[in-house]
Design a protein around this ligand. Structure first.
Ligand SMILES: Nc1ncnc2c1ncn2[C@@H]1O[C@H](COP(=O)(O)OP(=O)(O)O)[C@@H](O)[C@H]1O
Ligand SMILES: O=C(O)C1=C[C@@H](OP(=O)(O)O)[C@@H](O)[C@H](O)C1
Ligand SMILES: [Mg+2]
Length: 166
C-alpha cells in the first residue's frame, strides 16, 4: 500500500511541519527520514555532515527512505536532498509523491540564518538558490501532486494536499 503521502521539496518548503499536520488530519502516523537517519546514526544531521561527510549522510538517507517506503503507511516527509539518489527516485515511482513548492524568499526566511541545515550555513540565500534551481526539475518529475506554499499557512497547505490526493 505504501505511505498515504510522501512529501518532497526544498528545505523550507514545509515538508516536516506540513507532514506532521497532514498526518494528524488523516489520523495516521508521521515519519520524517531526517529523524530516522538521526536515530540510526545516534547524532544530529549537522554532526553527521561534519564528522562523517555528506556522502555518508546520503547513504544513511537512501536506506532510511527505502525502509520507510516499504514499511510506513502514514505520511512520510523526506529530506530535501533525498531525491538526488537515483535508486530513491526509482523507488518513489508509483507512490503518492507531493511536491511542496516554495519561492526563494520564503524559503530563505523560513530556514532562517543560524540554520541547523549544514548545506545552508554559509551564504544561505545563494546556496538555496543553487540547490533549488538544480533540483526543481527533479521534484517536478517525481510529483503526482504539486502544492504552492508561498503566502499559505501550513493548515492551508494541508487542505490543498488533501484535495490534490482525493
Ligand atoms: N506554509 C508555511 N508558512 C509559514 N512558515 C512555514 C510554512 N511551512 C513551514 N514553515 C516554517 O518554516 C520552517 C521550516 O519548515 P520545515 O517544515 O522544517 O521545512 P522542511 O522540512 O521542508 O525543510 C519552520 O520554522 C516552519 O514552522
Ligand atoms: O536539502 C538537503 O540537501 C538537506 C535537507 C535537510 O532536510 P529538510 O529539507 O527537511 O530541511 C536535511 O536532510 C539535510 O540538511 C540536507
Ligand atoms: Mg524537514
Amino acid at each position: 500500500m505504501g505511505p498515504r503521502a510522501v512529501l518532497i521539496g526544498a528545505p523550507g518548503s514545509g515538508k516536516s511541519t506540513v507532514g506532521r499536520l497532514l498526518a494528524e488530519r488523516l489520523g495516521v502516523a508521521f515519519r520524517d527520514t531526517d529523524a530516522d537517519v538521526e536515530a540510526a546514526a545516534g547524532k544530529p544531521v549537522s554532526d553527521i555532515f561534519v564528522e562523517d561527510g555528506e556522502e555518508r549522510f546520503r547513504a544513511l538517507e537512501a536506506e532510511a527512505v527505502r525502509r520507510a517506503l516499504a514499511e510506513h503507511d502514514g505520511v512520510l516527509s523526506l529530506g530535501g536532498g533525498a531525491v538526488l539518489d537515483e535508486t530513491t527516485r526509482g523507488l518513489l515511482a508509483g507512490h503518492r509523491v507531493v511536491y511542496l513548492e516554495v519561492g526563494l524568499s520564503q524559503a530563505v526566511s523560513r530556514v532562517g540564518l543560524g540554520s541547523a541545515r549544514p548545506l545552508l550555513v554559509f551564504n544561505p540565500r545563494s546556496q538555496l538558490k543553487k540547490l533549488m534551481d538544480a533540483r526543481r526539475p527533479v521534484y517536478e518529475a517525481l510529483a503526482v501532486v504539486t502544492v504552492a506554499t508561498d503566502e499559505r499557512e501550513p493548515a492551508e497547505v494541508v487542505d490543498e494536499i488533501v484535495k490534490g490526493l482525493a
